[in-house]
Design a protein around this ligand. Structure first.
Ligand SMILES: *Cc1c(COP(=O)(O)O)cnc(C)c1O
Length: 809
């Protein structure tokens, strides 16, 4: 970006341009000639921030004056992505900012694109937290998000020779102009040590070590700038940054050990927990941010309202999954040890304050901590967990619960190595426990929480996830937003239910063509991006068939890849048929220690290499794996998608939110009856979605009756030929046995029932082909999807939480 000298005339005519230039000079210390794109970005953010700060303070003061109840959303992840575009769009100042920058010879789109993507999350759970923060502000609800300010966060993914390579994400390299460090908001966080009883019967925890948690605040601007809330992320500091005696003795590593330990705490999201040190670090992180947040909430409550006993009336704390579940014990500790509240009353206050959101039923994903580790790190909390458990089990006994159910309800898993069950702690300590889609909530009641549900009927409730339409329609798809607005006016910008006004346009062929033209221009932009980052050239007139999400066996990228191989085979065998040209796009990160997921990435890349180089399929089939899936990449890919792959094994995807983003942007869904797909079908209509495969009940029944995948594979010629081709090294001639284990797994157990759903999936794909060839029919169908997706706004979700759980609406 070259900058000419901004003329005084230009900046006089445009006060905002003058303000940005002034910021550049006086706060960045550069003039227009010396400024580099990152300097313009920082100057723009800092200038906009001044506007935001005024609103921020006004929001805080108004909430205080009204004595309003506040919502606190505790999450180990906030996958917020880039903030500039979102902030200025919500302030309604995008055209003004673009014009101001243009007068300075700076392109807004170009500087938006270099803002680092704040990758403080892993996937859907973290993105949900980000959508919720935006909706809370948009609905004018006073709220704080609490989490960790990871220096590196989620790893950056590079693909080397088809393999995933994990690199540190260095999103803070150029500083972060959005954030404010609040050195005055610092808390003591202890670990280890011992618990001492005092003479007056009180208990005193003497931690062996401690760090200081320091608040770093980021403003969250709501739609139309109505309200600005706070995302408060904790960073860690050593109390003694340097041991001078050690330093002077020349032992520099001991001198700086405390600081290193503090920095380690906030380094990365999800440290590998395949070793005990990694496990301990993870528990330390969870306690660190939970304790800091609860201390902050209690401090604010005392400061504003004086009496800790009114906490449930003035604070609603939502636990995003079990990562912050130790907060339950932490609040009990503060109430009992610091505020002299007795156990029974403390327990009532705690339950009145907390709500817990469950995000998974996968047994391996339900957090539990080895009891010796928990006890060593948090001895006082261990005592409280025992005390809570004793009361819980006593009451269960009283109501006639049998031994099996008692063992299931217990906060301590006694089978094998004793462990503390965080989901049970969160459940017991909350007045509300919610699932994130109707099916998921039903399954919670039937499976993992069946006994707790019987003990506490009515506590489990459903809150189907949503997405913010600002980021996931207006900002990522301005072309579609303009076209919708032209048809139905601007009301849908404030109420997504008004998208239903678009329904009649599904029958309008000319409008359908314009809809398709917007999609095509998004596809052209994505094709250009793909060529830049992967070298693969794709035809924007082909169907863009997209599966982007974390790589996990339950999400069944493997089903899609195997079907791609089968399709490749069919095209070569029957070149004379009228095949639909397709581009298969994949993106997603695999957990560093997840062997099969990483192998699936390699397989996608091996299959892509072979197919893309085969002239016999030419333009009919192309495959690409796009590296480093994150929010910004999702914002580019989703508006360009024709087909949305939501094909998890039924019963395993709690909700999904990717499914909602695609449908809202005019893609057809091919999916199983899993998670929120069920409700998407109910809203868009069964004719406007392609559902295939087993239901959750059928999956469970098949498992119970004894599933024999080998027989299924041997009974399906297409499947067998594809699996055997992969197995025998057709796609990995450099290492023919590379996929032998992965494919043998399908023959032997196939936990995720890829084989059982294969034929249904393949024929659903041919149905998609048939629909594609009816162009007007396709356009009408995707318009009906957009028109009927309004309910999946996170504004609706948050309104339900506010009314049913938090009591703030
Ligand atoms: C929406 C989103 C997800 C969740 O996708 P699912 O398909 O629901 O798993 C994950 N990562 C990013 C970056 C997202 O934007």
């Amino acid at each position: 970006m070259t900058s000419t000298i901004a003329s005084p005339v230009a900046t006089q005519a445009n006060p905002l341009a003058g303000a940005i230039l002034d910021t550049l000079i006086h706060r960045i210390g550069k003039d227009a000639q010396a400024a580099r794109p990152h300097d313009w970005l920082a100057a723009t953010i800092l200038t906009m921030r001044d506007d935001i700060i005024d609103r921020w303070m006004a929001s805080t003061k108004a909430a205080h004056a009204a004595g309003a109840k506040r919502v606190y959303y505790l999450s180990l992840e906030f996958l917020i992505g880039r903030l500039l575009r979102d902030a200025i769009a919500n302030l309604g100042r995008t055209p003004e900012v673009a014009a101001a920058l243009a007068s300075l010879d700076v392109d807004l789109a170009e500087i938006e694109e270099i803002e680092p993507d704040a990758a403080l999350g892993n996937g859907g759970l973290g993105r949900l937290a980000a959508c919720f923060m935006e909706s809370l502000a948009s609905l004018d609800l006073p709220a704080y998000g609490y989490g960790i300010r990871y220096v590196n966060g989620m790893f950056r993914q590079r693909i080397d020779d088809g393999w995933q390579v994990e690199l540190p994400e260095t999103w803070l390299t150029h500083g972060n102009p959005w954030e404010f460090e609040r050195r005055e908001s610092a808390y003591f966080i202890g670990f280890g040590g011992e618990v001492i009883g005092t003479e007056d019967g009180a208990v005193h925890w003497k931690p062996a070590e401690a760090v200081e948690a320091v608040a770093v605040d980021t403003p969250v601007v709501g739609w139309r700038g109505k309200r600005v809330n706070t995302l408060r992320l904790w960073t860690a500091r050593a109390f003694d940054p340097i041991h001078l005696d050690a330093f002077n003795a020349g032992d520099y590593s001991r001198a700086l050990a405390g600081q290193l330990k503090a920095e380690t705490l906030v380094r990365v999201l999800y440290p590998a927990d395949s070793n005990p040190a990694g496990q301990e670090l993870r528990l330390r992180q969870e306690y660190f941010f939970s304790s800091a947040s609860i201390q902050d909430i209690v401090r604010r409550h005392i400061q504003y309202f004086g009496d800790i006993r009114t906490l449930p009336d003035k604070a609603a704390i939502q636990l995003n999954d079990t990562h912050p579940a130790v907060s339950v014990a932490e609040l009990m500790r503060l109430l009992m040890d610091h505020h002299d509240v007795g156990f029974d009353e403390a327990w009532k206050i705690t339950q009145g304050t907390f709500g817990y959101t469950n995000h998974t039923l996968l047994p391996e994903a339900l957090e539990s901590w080895p009891l010796p580790l928990f006890e060593r790190l948090l001895p006082r909390h261990m005592q409280l967990v025992y005390q809570i458990n004793a009361r819980l089990l006593r009451e269960a006994r009283k109501s006639g619960t049998d031994d099996r159910a008692i063992a299931a309800i217990s906060l301590i898993d006694e089978g094998g190595e004793r462990r503390v069950r965080m989901a049970n702690l969160a459940f017991a300590g909350s007045h509300s426990v919610n699932g994130v889609a109707a099916l998921h909530t039903d399954l919670m009641k039937q499976t993992v929480f069946a006994d707790l549900h019987r003990q506490f009927p009515g506590r489990i409730n459903n809150k189907t996830n949503g997405i913010t339409p600002r980021r996931w329609l207006q900002e990522c798809n301005p072309g579609l937003t303009a076209l919708i607005r032209e048809a139905i006016g601007p009301a849908f910008l404030d109420d997504t239910n008004r998208l239903a006004d678009l329904l009649p346009f599904a029958e309008d062929a000319a409008y359908g063509e314009r809809f398709a033209a917007v999609k095509r221009s998004n596809k052209v932009a994505l094709a250009q991006h793909l060529r830049d980052v992967t070298g693969v050239r794709i035809d924007p007139d082909a169907m863009f068939d997209v599966q982007i999400k974390r790589i996990h066996e339950y999400k069944r990228q493997l089903l899609n890849i195997i079907e791609t191989v089968a399709l490749y085979d069919q095209i070569r065998r029957h070149p004379e048929r009228d095949w639909t040209p397709r581009v298969k796009l994949f993106a997603g990160k695999a957990a560093g220690s997840y062997h099969n997921a990483k192998l699936i990435i390699k397989l996608a890349n091996d299959v892509a290499r072979r197919i893309n180089a085969d002239p016999s399929v030419g333009p009919l089939l192309k495959v690409a794996f796009v590296p480093n899936y994150n929010v910004s990449l999702a914002e580019k890919i989703i508006p360009a998608a024709d087909l949305s792959e939501q094909i998890s094994t039924a019963g395993m995807e709690a909700s999904g939110t990717g499914n909602m983003k695609f449908a809202l942007n005019g893609a057809l869904t091919i999916g199983t009856l899993d998670g929120a797909n069920v409700e998407i079908r109910d809203h868009v209509g069964a004719d406007n979605i392609v559902i295939f495969g087993m239901t959750a009940d059928e999956v469970a029944a098949k498992r119970a009756e004894g599933y024999v995948p080998r027989a299924v594979i041997e009974g399906s010629p297409e499947l067998r030929q594809a699996v055997d081709a992969i197995r025998n090294g057709v796609f990995s001639p450099d290492d023919p046995a590379r996929y032998a284990g992965l494919m043998d797994g399908l023959y032997d157990h196939d936990w995720f029932m890829v084989a059982a759903d294969f034929d249904a999936y393949a024929s659903a794909q041919r149905e998609v082909d048939a629909r594609w060839s009816d162009r007007a029919g396709w356009n009408g169908c995707v318009i009906r999807n957009v028109a009927q997706m309004g309910w999946f706004s996170s504004d609706r979700t948050i309104s339900e939480y506010a009314r049913d759980i938090w009591g703030v609406m």
